[in-house]
Write a protein that binds this ligand. Structure first.
Ligand SMILES: Nc1ncnc2c1ncn2[C@@H]1O[C@H](COP(=O)(O)OP(=O)(O)O)[C@@H](O)[C@H]1O
Ligand SMILES: [Mg+2]
Length: 314
């Protein structure tokens, strides 16, 4: 089995708020450092990555146009995938002028977008297109790696399942064919990887375990779980005893506040360890730990720190 960064397509999913977008970007930063031309693709119009990193448009025009491949750094790009624009692009490329007429028809739009799962199929279709060596988009250069900042767990699993569902429902015709092609790519573990991000807390851990089961149900697997925002364990058991003793004896309000803060951070770190233990008991895939980065603003240097931490693990 190739290591994670040897794949061409990596889906990053997990419970909302655990750091999916941050980790997807840090993976992109690491891959770009290693010389890979990398794009981090945001699904569901999250538009967050662009705000974390300074960027300019890949074609030199002012950034701000949506659905464009924007350059964030050396060999690092991002795109925010909009299903509607993905459909217009698909129709333009596949069917030429007829597609252009269809694509601009409001009735057709309304119909296509109301079809259950169609938005997901179009989004994942665009992801698939980005990962092709022969890009369908005119003039587009190929990428070595596409990192997908997927929606939260349930919807994230849905996105991975959608192409196969369409292939099965449609059976024949271009939608079935396209669905099958994409489904085959997603099921190819040499090509596609799936990563879950979690924090070491009860609810996100529950969701990660659920995610592992849900993927297994579809014949897919988690390639790694990234345990994000882990607090440092600063004290040995003997030392916490000493802190507790000191707290009982000290009268100074300042010293008491500092001791309380130290003990409460230690308690939080202990709870985190227990949740990490649940993950390692129940999962077969590697767990990768990322530290909680204490900073006022999460920017380039904070991302670099997470990429450093990923560097040794991946
Ligand atoms: N390792 C970390 N240390 C500190 N803050 C983090 C870390 N990872 C993520 N964050 C912060 O947590 C918040 C949620 O992260 P985000 O990547 O947007 O989550 P998601 O995409 O899962 O909703 C952001 O403000 C982000 O800067
Ligand atoms: Mg996000």
């Amino acid at each position: 089995m190739p290591t994670l960064l040897d794949r061409r397509l990596i889906f990053v999913t997990g419970k909302g708020g655990v750091g999916k977008s941050t980790v997807a970007t840090a993976l992109g930063v690491l891959a770009a450092r290693r010389g890979m031309r990398t794009i981090v693709a945001e699904l569901a119009s999250q538009e967050r990555i662009r705000r974390t990193l300074d960027h300019e448009s890949a074609n030199g025009s002012p950034a701000g146009e949506r659905f464009e491949e924007l350059q964030l750094g050396e060999r690092l790009f991002t795109i925010s995938i909009d299903p509607q624009l993905a459909m217009e692009e698909y129709l333009r490329v596949k069917t030429g002028s007829v597609g252009q007429v269809l694509g601009s028809s409001r009735l057709f739009h309304a119909f296509a977008m109301a079809t259950p799962g169609m938005r997901d199929l179009l989004s994942v279709g665009k992801v698939w297109e980005l990962a092709q060596l022969e890009r369908r988009t005119r003039g587009a250069a190929p990428y070595d790696l596409v990192v997908v900042d997927s929606p939260a767990s349930g919807h994230g699993v849905g996105i991975l399942r959608t192409p196969r569902t369409f292939a099965e429902i449609a059976r024949v015709g271009p939608v079935a064919h396209q669905g099958r092609t994409i489904a085959t790519t997603l099921a190819d573990r040499q090509f596609t990887g799936v990563v879950a991000v979690t924090t070491p807390e009860e609810m996100p851990v529950n969701e990660t375990l659920w995610l592992g089961d849900a993927l297994a149900h579809d014949g897919l697997e988690l390639d790694a779980v990234i345990v994000n925002a882990v607090y440092p364990s600063r004290f040995e058991p003997g030392e916490t005893k000493a802190l507790e003793r000191a707290l009982r004896r000290t009268e100074s309000p300042l010293a008491r506040a500092a001791l309380r803060a130290a003990l409460s951070e230690h308690a939080r770190a202990s709870i985190q360890r227990a949740q990490q233990a649940r993950l390692s008991e129940d999962l077969d895939c590697p767990l990768v730990e990322l530290p909680y980065v204490f900073a006022d603003h999460f920017g380039q240097s904070e991302l670099d720190r997470l990429a450093d931490a990923l560097e040794s693990a991946l």
